[in-house]
Design a binder for this molecule. Structure first.
Ligand code: G2I
Length: 451
């Protein structure tokens, strides 16, 4: 009935717990069948990060200041709920280059290593900005400032290369009326933004490069249109840009706009990721937090949401109580609304071509998420179009197959490519995968071949 088809080479690499599971499986197949049937029932994720990760590998993150990492009540929530971190101030220009050509990375490095050691992604914020410039930069202009800015981008992006998945390369460069903000950087020439993006790409070719701004949430707003036009122009001319961050500070008088989803869709249509980068909402209304969540889930290129702080007391606008946790760390109604919206979101299914490309096709395999346990999770696969199929599945590294049911499933030498064949139990099968530290990744269908 059950096939624990782990090849001998793989078996040797499995830990003691996994070996024990294989032995139990061989001894007591019937009881495992029963256990698997129970495990197969999908349960709602219980934290923001876990639920977002199930939905196409999205993240749910927060701004983190280094000085909060020694606050146990704070880190309890951070570690439990979030799978992405943005240093709140520690990567800004005044923090990383307080004196020209003297770079200080201590607090930023502390946040990066804290986050990465716990499997949280880090977003860099921010390389070029009119604000939070150190005194020496504020006094500069012209070509000297342009070179100093590019040097800063190069040095900082190089320092964090391989550690941040994305950078806010340029932050807040537009006025509300859609014109460029008249900063000292702007006065170095209108091309300063694209120059910063090109420099960042050279320094860290693997980081996603983002433009980030506030009040670009309402599609029918001059500033939103201006940023949209800039991104479109960059894409047309081959300026390297990969993402747009909507800060979405619905505090200080600005509100969630009804066109928010349209704005996300429009930016995504330019072939960039969109991220909600600094979310907070005055008095944390349930509806607006739910709407933001649903809008992101509705746009496949909306890859994650970052709230600008954990507890209300951590907020830059704490008097507006705009976050998901009270000052004493209790979950607010907005938290429950966000988690419920995430858990209600569709889990993307991977389908193989239904035509018959060379070497196969003729069936479709769809993945749905099953139960998540501490160190592992279940995946269910439904095959249609054939009763005699071969489904090839790719696991995200370094995840590994633990066990499977209702099909014969074998892993190749890498451990990352699974081949499933019918074992007489029909067209719905499943398997259990060890996270091995990668709690965000999920399997994808590579192919379904009939006959
Ligand atoms: O202003 C809200 C955000 C708007 N978008 C860009 C973000 O980078 C910005 O974050 C805020 C931080 O939340 C504040 O914490 O940026 C402010 C200005 O950079 C930060 O405030 C600064 C204060 O101005 C400093 O006086 C203070 O020393 O925070 C510093 C550290 O607490």
């Amino acid at each position: 009935m059950i096939s624990h088809s782990v090849p001998p080479a793989r078996r040797a690499r499995l830990g003691g717990g996994a070996r024990a599971a294989l032995i139990v499986g061989a001894l007591s197949a019937a009881s495992i069948v029963a256990a698997m049937a129970l495990q197969n029932t999908a349960t709602a994720a219980s934290t923001l990060g876990a639920s977002a990760a199930e939905r196409g590998g999205r993240y749910y993150g927060t701004a983190v200041p280094a000085n909060k990492l020694s606050d146990g009540a704070y880190t309890t929530i951070l570690n439990r709920e979030f799978n992405q971190v943005t240093p709140e101030n520690e990567m800004k220009i005044d923090a990383t280059e307080p004196n020209q050509n003297q770079f200080t990375y201590g607090p930023a490095d502390q946040i990066v290593s804290y986050a990465r050691s716990r499997g949280m992604r880090v977003k860099g914020h921010t390389l070029a900005w009119h604000s939070q410039q150190p005194g020496w930069m504020q006094q500069m202009s012209g070509s000297a400032l342009r070179s100093a800015m590019l040097n800063h981008v190069r040095q900082v992006a190089t320092h964090f290369r391989g550690q941040v998945f994305a950078w806010d390369v340029v932050n807040e460069a537009f006025e509300e009326n859609g014109s460029r903000r008249n900063s000292n950087l702007q006065q170095t020439g209108n091309d300063w933004i694209e120059a910063a993006f090109r420099e960042a790409r050279t320094a860290d070719p693997n980081a996603k490069l983002c433009y980030n701004d506030y009040n670009i949430d309402n599609w029918n707003y001059a500033k939103t249109q201006a940023v949209f036009n800039m991104v479109r122009d960059f894409k047309n001319r081959g300026v390297p840009i990969d993402c747009v961050g909507l800060q979405s500070h619905f505090t200080g008088g600005s509100n969630y706009p009804s066109s928010y989803r349209t704005t996300l869709q429009q930016f995504a249509s330019l072939n960039v990721d969109v991220q909600i980068t600094e979310l907070d909402i005055r008095n944390a209304p349930v509806d607006a937090y739910r709407n933001v969540t649903n809008d992101c889930l509705a746009v496949s290129r909306c890859t994650g949401i970052t709230v600008w702080g954990v507890r209300d007391s951590d907020s830059w606008r704490s008097s507006e109580n705009p976050l998901l946790f009270t000052g004493s760390g209790a979950k607010k109604p907005a938290y429950d609304a966000v988690l419920a919206a995430l858990n209600n979101g569709v889990i993307p299914t991977a389908t193989a071509p239904t035509s018959s490309p060379p070497g196969g096709g003729g069936c479709t395999a769809s993945i749905s998420a099953g139960t998540v346990f501490g160190d592992r999770y279940n995946t269910n696969v439904a095959v249609s179009g054939s009763n005699n199929w071969t489904v090839v599945i790719a696991l995200p590294s370094p995840q590994r197959l633990q066990s499977n049911w209702n099909a014969t499933v074998t892993a190749d030498g890498s451990g990352l490519v699974l081949t499933a064949r019918p074992n007489g139990n029909g067209n719905n099968f499943g398997f259990t995968t060890y996270f091995n530290g990668n709690t965000g990744g999920r399997p994808t269908i590579r192919s379904c071949t009939a006959g």
